[in-house]
Write a protein that binds this ligand. Structure first.
Ligand code: ATP
Ligand code: MG
Length: 399
């Protein structure tokens, strides 16, 4: 076995010593078999949340209603979830209530895809009742049991299938794909936040274009915020090579392709329930991308953008120009680094100085003058030196 499983073995052992079953489950087992980097290990156990809390001294309730307890051990944290079934489903969304069970097989059965429905014990023995290993070998995504039923239970699984296409470069099994295409309207009932999590993972996956094709072919895109009837615009992404873009850069690129008006951008992102800070950043990036397509960066634009926004803008600009973004991104960030100042607080003069020098009371003129000074410093028309700025202001006889 390899890390991070090795470090987690004592946790499984503690549960077993207390008389319970415990296994590694879900994405970590799948990624292990794929030789992919394993993010975090999920542990499933026959112990109830209360029993888990009695066994470990440091625990945090993070989703006790779903049976998940966070255990802190060896300076790491582990999500431990009690075996469960998901009872009846309501409105094609979430189960009415989960019931805890003592049986691993039942727990694996409620999982979405065969590749995600395997368990591994502390000796590294795989429990694979649905042939997940074969699916992984064939690189296919297939539901555990009837695709139709599984998607009817939880429509989000359709989006999960597509995001795994993007992340793993797998294809979707024929029957699973057919059910998906038939049932996409069920996504209407799914909470936007859940859709967003899957959509963002899809956007940053290495085979995003393959996933997008399925999104388009199955009409799933019509059930995502702001994307209905936007087929032609989404297709523009398919002509681009955008490897290495992060989440917010992908949102910006998508929005660029959708060709939305300034005003509609915020609404679109709000409908996806993105946090305000991210919305602002994306708007900023798009603003500079559009400007960048017209002209090179000015010193003042670099200054107002800052290095993160410059990087994102340059990456997108080069993707749109089908050029590798590494070099020019580095060059513009360097130019930014060489600016005389990086933020307003570095200006050697304050509003109080101005009021003293001109013997005048405060007012809008202070802000305007400071802005002029700031701009002149950034554009290297004047040095950031108090005395020099004073002389410069006096000779310009400007306030
Ligand atoms: P990632 O590497 O992106 O975390 P993952 O497979 O671990 O991928 P999670 O969302 O973390 O995905 O879910 C953990 C496991 O829980 C999955 O592997 C799967 O077994 C199960 N699971 C998650 N969501 C669902 C769902 N909607 N329906 C059924 N099983 C699910
Ligand atoms: Mg996971």
């Amino acid at each position: 076995m390899i890390e991070p499983f090795l470090s987690a073995i004592p946790v499984l052992k503690r549960l077993e010593d207390a008389g319970f079953e415990a296994y590694f489950v879900g994405g970590s087992v799948r990624d292990y078999l794929l030789n992919k980097q394993i993010n975090d290990v999920d542990i499933a156990t026959s112990a109830t949340p209360e029993e888990v809390k009695e066994i470990f001294s440091k625990t945090i309730d993070i989703g006790i209603e779903h049976g998940t307890v966070l255990v802190l051990a060896n300076h790491k944290s582990y999500e431990i979830t009690t075996f469960r079934t998901e009872g009846e489903y309501q409105d094609f969304r979430r189960p009415k209530g989960v019931s805890f069970i003592r049986n691993l097989l039942e727990d694996l059965k409620r999982r979405d895809f065969t590749m995600n429905a395997m368990a591994m014990d502390l000796h590294g023995t795989l429990i694979d009742p649905f042939n997940g290993q074969i699916a992984i070998k064939k690189r296919v995504i297939e539901t555990v049991g009837s695709a139709k039923e599984r998607f009817q239970e939880d429509g989000l699984r359709m989006m999960r299938a597509i995001r795994f296409v993007s992340q793993l470069s797998f294809s979707i099994d024929t029957e699973t794909l057919k059910a998906l295409a038939d049932l996409v309207p069920l996504l209407t009932n799914i909470a936007v936040e859940r859709k967003r999590a899957e959509f963002e993972k899809m956007l940053v996956g290495k085979s995003c274009n393959s996933a997008l094709k399925i999104l388009l072919e199955t009409n799933l895109f019509s059930f995502l915020p702001g994307l209905a009837k936007k087929e032609k615009w989404i297709e523009k992404l398919l002509d681009l090579e955008y490897f290495g873009l992060n989440k917010r850069e992908m949102w910006s690129l998508l929005l660029y392709c959708l060709n939305l008006k300034e005003k509609s951008i915020e609404e679109f992102l709000r409908n996806w329930r993105l946090p305000i800070k991210e919305i602002k950043d994306i708007q900023h990036i798009l603003f500079f991308v559009r400007k960048r397509l017209e002209q090179e960066w000015s010193a003042y634009d670099l200054y107002t953008a800052g290095s993160d926004i410059i990087t994102s803008t340059e990456k997108i600009y080069n993707v749109l120009k089908s050029v590798n973004w590494m070099e020019s991104t580095r060059r513009w960030v360097n130019t930014y680094q060489e600016l005389p100042i990086k933020q307003r607080s570095e200006v050697a003069v304050t509003g109080v100085d101005l009021m003293e020098w001109f013997n005048q009371q405060g007012g809008p003129w202070v802000k305007e003058t400071l802005l002029k000074i700031e701009q002149a410093i950034v554009e290297e028309r004047i040095k950031n030196d108090k005395q020099l700025i004073k002389e410069w202001l006096m000779t310009c006889s400007q306030k």
